[in-house]
Design a protein around this ligand. Structure first.
Ligand code: MGD
Ligand code: MGD
Ligand code: SF4
Ligand code: MO
Length: 748
């Protein structure tokens, strides 16, 4: 347990190691830009405001955008260098078509030919095997307009039920938990509530590296006297500045939340009035957590009993508080239960829906929030509507100009789509904004399935590792080459402005999709002239749904620096804080603040279970995986940005000195990690900031350096999220550098 005195905290300074007003790496010194475009970073869900400097249709630099209220000009190392990717020589300027005789297996093709080949391939598979034989995989880095268009394209143009998105690997446990407990799936509060919180509780979120701007909010709270509690198997940078660090054993967070609630009940730290007026299900949950006294909680979680009691006391007795979590608890075969456990301690405290009293999951990808609202999920229609709900189908069918019966039923999740390939049900694939070979678990299976496809079309701006298996690659657009909207971490819808035109024969993604629809002879419904037209249809499709955007206009978004949904009328300013007494709520209709007919939130019993694969005598170590500050997701973009590569050139295996010593491994030695799926040989990084029973590997690399070759494909039964955060492994010292070690690495 780390308990840093405040004087140490001050030395680290306000912005910490990963946050600064950016100055470095400027290519634009002495060059006068043609224009400066106010837009947002293309990477994570924080969606920092940034101004891009443009000269001759090229981005040459940036300036902080200090008026944008979320980040006030602050940027992290990725945001500062994001503009360097556009000029990378790998940027796809032409379409590629598979040709085994050509170098690299592809020949360049003109755009029109590639579109025709793509449409022919899709049509052939569907003619021979039916509409569901072609699946669509999409992504949450796409704008709201593109996410909406992709859902419509799958259901209306391809008439397939098989569409899902990479948020399946990211946001779905939080989404399912929030819907079950609150009836709505969005951060309950704007981030401006964080500094007013007396306790900030952070579970499974490496805030300083993955949501860097959030660090600033947490530290503002700390400066005002807040206690910060961090739960993570690793002492991450935010944990090092916390008041209490709970080094949980991987996969045990439900036990911890249940143990905390147990102590809250035992000590009378429950807001009885709130629980009675605004919730249901408390008694059942209370009976369940009786089974979680501190001793049992400590045994299950590996956290000292004293620390659990301290955390419960701070949480239980706080006047105001904010609970944040992210993938550390959600990437689990019981991720939804983890989220429900977290929500239970929030509801029991009664501290939600008020200033300084909040709860949120920290979204991941740029559009982690909007990407899960507009119908690119396998069971969803726009407006966060349920695809099986007859009223939802009727509303959306009317907007789409088709009969409700023509909208296909629910499909399967992204991983299951690959299992369908194995079974022969799926034979064709269209993918955009997804790199499953690097990002899905047990990836050798995924690679085999890609080889098995009859036909595969990719839309991307780089030839990512998955696209190498494609028959046709269509050159799409970088975020700065198109316009639209994105919904950032707080639920605030913001404007992405176009800075430059797509180069060469590349096209805006939405044009590529419409060109495909046209070549398939099904262009009805796909003749939008601009993203703004798509947004206007999205507004109508979302009207009356929970994620209601119908009152938003691009002008209003610009004037207000973003509009929080729900926003049901043009005169409505949007809803920064959910669950306030007078908030617009079409479900409860005045009966209460939560999105159920009775207006009450649900306590739901969160049942503890260990990870699907726990350490045993053969595989005695926990393997967990995640991120580092300078790399992003499957690395397609950040592995092409020189200064970011320098900061973290290859993945390393983090391990504690005690474990390293037992295994005879020194810092910088090559080590082999083995799981039931295979092996991965990387250099060891011996650090005191991780539990001695756990190793950590970041996942941003491809090929033999990809940790997903050995991760487990077990999924949560409700959300279908994969269990990236815990599987069983053994580790040994490698005999020497692997064949793929670079000269530099081999010498070191
Ligand atoms: N630099 C950078 N920033 C990013 C991204 C990126 O790739 N790089 N990606 C973006 C995206 S899409 C996402 S989803 C977010 C992810 O943001 P985070 O969820 O913050 O990042 P992760 O590294 O996946 O995992 C967070 C922490 O969970 C911990 N953890 C592992 N197992 C457990 C457990 O059993 N319990 C608990 N309590 N913690 C555990 C890990 O040690 C890790 O520190 O980041 C976003 N921001
Ligand atoms: N082991 C392990 N695996 C993980 C995780 C983990 O913590 N551990 N985290 C998981 C999480 S949280 C996530 S979100 C996933 C992400 O996994 P992926 O979806 O594979 O991540 P990306 O790298 O974003 O891949 C997206 C592709 O989209 C392209 N792209 C980006 N923006 C656009 C766009 O606007 N238009 C077009 N046409 N293409 C675009 C990029 O070039 C890239 O090739 O990985 C998951 N995998
Ligand atoms: S990566 Fe995220 S935190 Fe960093 S600048 Fe971009 S949006 Fe902001
Ligand atoms: Mo994510």
């Amino acid at each position: 347990m780390a308990h840093l005195p405040r004087s140490d905290l001050e030395i680290i300074g306000r912005f910490g190691p990963h946050l600064a007003f950016p100055e470095g790496d400027r290519l634009d010194r002495g060059v006068e830009p043609d224009r400066v475009v106010k837009t947002h970073c293309c990477f994570c869900g924080q969606q920092c405001g940034i101004q891009l400097k443009v000269k001759d249709n090229r981005i040459i630099g940036f300036e902080p955008w200090e008026e944008f209220p979320f980040n006030h000009g602050l940027l992290c190392p990725k945001g500062v260098r994001r503009y360097l990717q556009g000029s990378h020589p790998d940027r796809l300027l032409r379409a590629l078509v598979r040709d085994e005789r050509a170098e690299g297996g592809f020949r360049p093709a003109c755009y029109e030919e590639a579109i025709r080949l793509a449409a022919d391939g899709i049509a052939r598979v569907q003619r021979e095997h039916g509409p569901d034989a072609v699946a669509v995989l999409t992504g949450a880095s796409l704008t709201n307009e593109k996410a909406y268009l992709m859902g419509k394209f799958a259901r209306v143009c391809l008439k397939t039920s098989n569409i899902d998105y990479n948020g399946r690997l990211c946001m779905v446990s939080a989404a399912a938990g929030n819907k079950k407990a609150f009836g709505i799936d969005r951060a309950a509060n704007p981030w401006s509530d964080i500094p007013d919180a007396g306790v900030v509780w952070i579970s499974g979120a490496n805030v300083a590296e993955c949501a860097p701007i959030t660090t600033d909010y947490v530290w503002q709270a700390r400066e005002r006297g807040a206690k910060v509690v961090v739960v993570d198997p690793r002492m991450t940078p935010i944990a090092r500045t916390a008041d209490l660090f709970l080094p949980v054993r991987p996969g045990r967070d439900i036990a911890l939340f249940n143990g905390i609630l147990h102590l809250m009940i035992e000590n009378g730290w429950i807001d009885r009035k709130f629980v009675e007026t605004h919730t249901t299900g408390f008694d059942e949950v209370a009976a369940h957590v009786k089974e979680w006294p501190p001793r049992r909680t400590a045994e299950a979680t590996g956290i000292a009993e004293r620390a659990i009691r301290q955390a419960a006391e701070w949480w239980g007795t706080a006047e105001t508080s904010f609970l944040l979590h992210s993938r550390g608890i959600e990437h689990s075969s019981h991720g939804v239960q983890n989220v429900l456990g977290a929500i239970n301690i929030v509801l029991a405290s009664g501290r939600i829906g008020r200033p300084g009293c909040g709860y949120a999951t920290i979204t991941g990808q740029a559009n982690g929030q909007g990407g899960r609202e507009h119908g690119q999920k396998c069971d969803q229609l726009p407006g966060a509507r349920d695809l099986s709900d007859p009223a939802a189908r009727e509303h959306v069918a009317k907007v789409w100009g088709i009969a409700p019966g023509d909208i296909p039923g629910p499909g399967v999740d992204a991983y299951e789509i690959f299992r369908r390939v194995d079974q022969g049900g799926v034979r064709g694939l269209v993918s955009i904004c997804f790199n499953p070979v690097v990002s899905l678990p047990d990836s050798s299976f995924v690679r085999r399935m890609l080889e098995k496809l009859d036909f595969y079309v990719v839309i991307d701006f780089f030839l990512n590792e998955t696209a190498r298996h494609a028959d046709v690659v269509l050159p799409g657009s970088l975020q700065e080459e198109d316009e639209g909207t994105i919904t950032q971490v707080e639920g605030r819808v913001i404007r992405i402005r176009r800075a430059v035109d797509p180069p060469g024969e590349a096209r805006e993604d939405w044009r590529v999709i419409q060109d495909l629809a046209k070549a398939l002879g099904r262009e009805k419904g796909f003749t939008f002239a601009s993203p703004r037209e798509i947004f206007d249809e999205l507004r109508r499709a979302s009207a009356g749904g929970i994620a209601d955007y119908s009152g938003m206009t691009w002008e209003k978004i610009e004037e207000q620096h973003g509009v929080f949904w729900p926003c049901p009328r043009e005169e409505h300013a949007g809803t920064p804080r959910l669950f306030e007494p007078d908030s617009w709520n079409p479900i409860a209709k005045g009966k209460g603040p939560f999105y159920f007919p009775d207006g009450k939130a649900r306590f739901v019993v969160a049942r503890y279970a260990p990870p699907a694969e726990d350490p045993d005598a053969d595989y005695p170590i926990f393997l967990t995986s995640g991120r580092v500050v300078s790399q992003y997701l499957s690395g397609t973009q950040t592995r092409r940005i020189g200064p970011l590569v320098e900061q973290y050139p290859e993945p390393r295996i983090e391990m504690h000195p005690r474990l390293a010593e037992r295994l005879g491994i020194g810092d910088g030695d090559w080590a082999t990690v083995e799981t039931r799926r295979g092996t991965c040989t990387l250099k060891a990084q011996v650090v005191r900031t991780i539990r001695p029973d756990t190793i950590f590997i970041p996942y941003h690399w491809a090929g033999p350096r990809s940790v997903n070759r050995i991760t487990n494909s077990a999924q949560d039964p409700i959300s279908k999220i994969p269990e990236y955060k815990a599987c069983a492994a053994r580790v040994r010292k490698a005999e020497g550098p692997p064949p793929y070690a670079s000269e530099r690495e081999a010498q070191q």
